[in-house]
Design a protein around this ligand. Structure first.
Ligand code: ASP
Length: 436
């Protein structure tokens, strides 16, 4: 058994958290490769080291005195080192980073030092070998990730290495500069390492006990999803549910490696398993609910629209011309609705409208802003009868006016459009109808 184990920023924010991490790693000899984030927040008003590094670098680039900011960063690490009773001395590293800042080594370089230093400390504390991500994670010149080269390098470098710490979030480009993934990218590094060494499991340790059925800001202590498929996760993440970086799925998925989301503060909780496919019956008919506000519906009406060949294409062309992607497109006999993101649409709305008028001569176009979309996702819906009934009964009872309904052909999800003001009420009504 081989596990790649990634710990997020809050799991490594203090010496106390480091101790929990060491207990977790030492409890299972399969946890041979560990990927750490930079120290995150210790309490809600705290600042992540990554953000401190960005701010410090900005000051350096503007020619300001950044000593105080840099000292604060050093204090975070030195505090952890001394509280863990380690003899590790990072002063040489600090000096190099400081001169990197002075020499404008780049914003990505600056941010990456958070993971780099944390990796050095964790490796020392666990007694694991430190493997610098810059030596094994590669980006192309154009900034895209080089999966093939990375895969080979990670595999070669780790073959014969029994136990290693590989810092998350960054890698290097062909001209040896440091580049990072987007924020939260240590999740991606963990997935890449897991895929390269063909791990049996990719463990992603964070500060929640898994993926929740619903957004905890809307529903009080929602249930935890026990098992979710990659496809379901994609649907939910797209609609705003986040625990894992979106790009972290692809590397492990290609190798069929499951992901286990676990809680560093409650290691005995089973967490959530993310798998390709499963015969396990989910606890509820729905796996999860996610939703977002900020959509606009563009309603187009034209008599005999249904018999006009190419009508839909001509309408969508106008969105394409303006660089707008559409979310959904419910239609009637003589009506068609295109749902878009309000924020992107608003600046271009008159161009789109004029284009549609010129190209399709509609009877009317009307724009309806202020929509929210709710995605009800579940692999069990396909075989279950009455799921739609249950959803709409719950919404009717809650007095919510449904503005749009869209069921994907995979029967994996039902998307419901409601007015933004009714979003929370609708969301809770659906949750309570399925989860008890
Ligand atoms: N430390 C980085 C961030 O704050 C990357 C990560 O934590 O995954 O975004």
């Amino acid at each position: 058994m081989l596990k790649v184990t990634k710990f997020g920023g809050s799991s490594l924010a203090s010496s106390e958290q480091f101790r929990k991490v060491a207990d977790i790693v030492n409890a299972d000899p399969a946890r041979r490769y560990v990927v750490p984030s930079a120290p995150g927040k210790r309490f809600s008003e705290d600042v992540k080291v990554t953000d401190m590094l960005y701010a410090c670098y900005k000051a350096a680039v503007h020619g300001e005195d950044f000593k105080k900011r840099f000292d604060e960063i050093k204090d975070r690490y030195n505090g952890i080192i001394s509280e863990l009773g380690l003899t590790l001395d990072l002063s040489k590293e600090y000096e190099m980073i400081e001169s990197g800042f002075k020499g404008r080594a780049g914003r990505d370089y600056a941010a990456s030092r958070g993971e780099y230093l944390n990796g050095l400390i964790l490796a020392e504390y666990l007694g694991y070998q430190f493997v610098d991500a810059a030596e094994v994670v590669f980006f192309n010149e154009d900034g895209s990730f080089n999966a093939d080269m990375t895969n080979q390098a990670v595999r070669d470098r780790l073959s014969g290495v029994e136990k290693a710490v590989i810092p998350g979030f960054y890698g290097s480009t062909p001209n040896d500069t440091i580049k990072t993934f987007s924020r939260g990218g240590s999740d991606i590094t963990g997935s890449i390492v897991a895929a390269a060494v063909k791990a049996d499991l990719y463990e992603n340790w964070t500060d929640v006990s898994g993926f929740l059925v619903a957004d905890p800001h809307v529903v009080d202590s929602p249930a935890v999803i026990e098992t979710i498929t990659y496809k379901e996760l994609r649907e939910l993440s797209y609609m705003g549910a986040t625990v894992l970086h979106e790009d972290a799925i692809f590397p492990v998925r290609k190798e069929g490696i499951p992901i286990n989301i676990k809680n560093t503060n409650k290691p005995d909780d089973p967490g959530t398993m993310i798998v390709e496919s499963t015969s396990k019956k989910p606890e509820y008919t729905i796996t999860g609910i996610a939703g977002k506000k900020g959509f606009t519906a563009v309603n187009i009406e034209k008599d005999m629209m249904n018999s006009e060949v190419g009508f839909g294409r001509k309408v969508l062309e106008q969105f394409e011309k303006n660089g707008l992607s559409f979310e959904h497109m419910p239609s009637g006999i003589d009506t068609m609705t295109v749902i878009v993101h309000q924020k992107e649409f608003v600046e271009k709305e008159q161009d789109v409208l004029a284009g549609i008028h010129r190209n399709t001569s509609p009877d009317s176009i009307d724009i309806e802003p202020g929509l929210a979309l709710i995605a009800v996702v579940g692999r069990a819906m396909k075989a279950a009868k009455g799921t739609a009934f249950k959803i709409f009964e719950a919404l009717a009872k809650a007095g919510v006016n449904v503005k749009m309904i869209d069921q994907g052909s995979s029967e994996l999800n039902i998307i419901i459009g409601v007015r933004e003001e009714e979003f929370e009420v609708a969301f809770r009504a659906i949750y309570n109808a399925f989860v008890k």
